[in-house]
Design a protein around this ligand. Structure first.
Ligand SMILES: [Zn+2]
Length: 104
């Protein structure tokens, strides 16, 4: 493991802020699914419209998963949530264990 000891704490905190915002985006898109489908049903959307909404949601999900996958750990500079092909949205870096709520 390559640890860069010259990385400033401020950089780590700024990097973690980015990691946290990507995580919020991811959970936000996942959680918005059920209420948005309920609203669409309430508005008596046709199955065609429902299909479109579902397609848009899947697309959005792909984008936010992609964004959460590529976000780098500010300490070890490896992908924060990804170890090889495995995407793990856990609360610490899957490489160096830097917690998402780390504070100096
Ligand atoms: Zn790390």
């Amino acid at each position: 493991m390559t640890q860069n000891s010259t990385v400033e704490t401020a950089d780590i905190l700024a990097g973690l802020k980015k990691v946290r915002s990507r995580r919020w985006l991811l959970w936000g898109v996942i959680l918005i699914y059920i209420p948005s489908m309920l609203v669409a049903l309430e508005l008596q959307a046709t199955s065609r419209v429902m299909g479109w909404l579902f397609g848009i949601w899947v697309l959005l999900l792909c984008v936010v998963v992609g964004m959460a996958t590529v976000v780098k750990c500010p300490r070890c500079t490896k992908p924060y949530h990804t170890n090889g092909p495995t995407f793990l949205p856990v609360r610490k870096c899957v490489h160096c264990g830097l917690p998402v709520n780390y504070s100096a």
